[in-house]
Design a binder for this molecule. Structure first.
Ligand SMILES: Nc1nc2c(ncn2[C@@H]2O[C@H](COP(=O)(O)OP(=O)(O)O)[C@@H](O)[C@H]2O)c(=O)[nH]1
Ligand SMILES: [Mg+2]
Length: 299
């Protein structure tokens, strides 16, 4: 098991000092001289070329050119916030003395789950699908937050709670599949049923392999629970555009035909190259009521 703290090679990182002013009005004093990934913030992404900016902020644009002309694009862009909204949202992911972001607690059993007031979002999915990596990428502006990522399937046996100031809590759930179906039945399912402050569940599917039987079972469970959930296609850096598009279309089709509680637009993510991380931060900020979007039609 390897403990990685935003473990990136020196060549891929830059150092953002307080004087550089990452975001207007935000305090970096809580992370002095902290080394941040060069793609951690929208502000840095905006300095790249327009095509790169587009694909990092709006990952659907990567596959859109390969889509048949007859397909309605709007179904993939229900949530399409402005760059300004994404910039506003990411300030929530930046720790400061008045807005502390930290790992809060782990729970091995449901009766150990802490009672917390803020709205909560959780990440579920098969072991190794990329839940912890995704949470680590969300917190890349606060790399001192420790999120364990492992190459060994089934590493996360506990629910890990991360507190984002008084705004919301993010929960990393144990994976299902490989060696861990018991955790899933014992913890994940009842948690989803009873957690009153849970506002959104993100169900992760590996974008390089597409929907698996275990994912379909998890979707069925979410449908039974009838709480709003969102499909997330992870590791989109791995497959070629053809495979990714096929997996996306098949997922989209399943969502359209078989679900009522699922958000119609699957989100595309790579925690490796940060594609879609900014959009997801904005989505979380929005569904937890932490920001108001400029364009309120986007919900
Ligand atoms: N290429 C690629 N690999 C990823 C990505 N996200 C996670 N991984 C890898 O997938 C493995 C499992 O990730 P992890 O976050 O521990 O999955 P979890 O079991 O769902 O929490 C690790 O080896 C990660 O480095 C991604 O976006 N792209
Ligand atoms: Mg994990």
């Amino acid at each position: 098991m390897v403990k990685l703290l935003a473990g990136l090679t020196a060549g891929t990182m830059i150092c953002l000092l307080p004087s550089r002013g990452l975001l207007p009005g935000t305090q970096l004093c809580s992370v002095p001289r902290q080394r941040l990934h060069k793609l951690a913030s929208v502000q840095n992404v905006r300095m790249l070329g327009p095509k790169k900016v587009q694909s990092l902020l709006y990952p659907f644009s990567q596959v859109e050119p390969y889509l048949d002309r007859s397909v309605d694009r709007s179904q993939f862009q229900h949530f399409h916030p402005s760059v300004e909204d994404m910039t506003k949202a990411e300030t929530l992911f930046l720790s400061s003395p008045s807005h502390k972001i930290d790992y809060r607690i782990s729970a091995e059993r449901l009766d150990h789950v802490p009672v917390l007031k803020p709205p909560e979002v959780c990440f579920i999915g098969r072991s190794n699908v990329g839940k912890s990596s995704l949470i680590r990428a969300l917190f890349s502006l606060t790399p001192e937050v420790e999120v364990r990522v492992s190459k060994t399937p089934g590493h996360t046996k506990k629910m890990n709670f991360f507190q984002v100031g008084r705004a919301f809590t993010i929960v990393d759930m144990p994976g299902y599949g490989h060696r861990s179906p018991k955790d899933f039945v014992d913890m994940v399912e009842p948690y989803l049923f009873i957690r009153e402050n849970l506002v959104r569940t993100f169900l992760l599917v590996d974008g390089s392999v597409g929907l698996q039987q275990a994912d379909l079972i998890a979707m069925e469970m979410c449908e039974e629970i009838r709480r709003p959930y969102v499909m997330v296609l992870t590791k989109i850096d791995k497959p070629g555009n053809g495979t990714l598009l096929r997996n996306l279309m098949s997922l989209q089709d399943t969502v359209r035909r078989n679900t009522t509680s699922c958000y119609p637009q699957p989100l595309l993510i790579s925690s490796l190259n940060f594609c879609g991380i900014y959009l997801l931060r904005c989505f979380i900020a929005h569904v937890t009521g932490s920001i108001s979007l400029t364009d309120t039609s986007l919900s």
